[in-house]
Design a protein around this ligand. Sequence first.
Ligand SMILES: CC(C)(COP(=O)(O)OP(=O)(O)OC[C@H]1O[C@@H](n2cnc3c(N)ncnc32)[C@H](O)[C@@H]1OP(=O)(O)O)[C@@H](O)C(=O)NCCC(=O)NCCS
Length: 152
Amino acid sequence: MRGEVLNLLDFEMMSARHVKAVAGIENQSFACPWSEAAFEAELTNRAARYIVALEDGAVVGYVGYWRIFDEAHITNVAVRPDMRGKGHGRRIMEEIMRLAKSEGVSAMTLEVRVSNLAARTLYASMGFVSAGIRPNYYEDNGEDAVIMWCRF
Ligand SMILES: CC(C)(COP(=O)(O)OP(=O)(O)OC[C@H]1O[C@@H](n2cnc3c(N)ncnc32)[C@H](O)[C@@H]1OP(=O)(O)O)[C@@H](O)C(=O)NCCC(=O)NCCS
């Protein structure tokens, strides 16, 4: 286990007051980040669920999915760069899996860059298995995506 595992996070469903901070972390985390407007639109998407992790009231991470029948497709997950390696990513994933199960979801899927070893290791340790490759999936550099599934 690297770093210190903190259990001081609070979890809330994302609401309008969180969107600016979420978009800020998104911007620091991805080559092709979603905009603030994109996250705002998710607040009224009936298929979407987003959770924010808060420490002392500040957003330190988030995760979301689109529910499609009994499947949950993870759209984004990120931890604020200065807060990584402390167990927050794992706690955030545990929380979204708990929410999905409580909604009757039976399987969760996501795409991850082949080069993103931190995320791939996290997902694998939580029961996600690789199910294939989407070639040239990422527009910025043409990198392949690994498709991963976790069946509950
Ligand atoms: C992926 C991400 C959410 C992980 O969050 P985190 O808070 O740093 O992760 P944690 O501290 O909870 O680590 C959980 C596990 O992930 C893996 N992991 C995390 N960072 C790692 C690294 N740098 N190298 C290898 N494995 C790593 C380990 O298996 C770790 O478990 P361990 O501590 O028992 O070894 C974070 O790195 C991030 O926001 N990255 C940028 C956005 C991103 O790539 N999102 C995923 C898109 S698919």
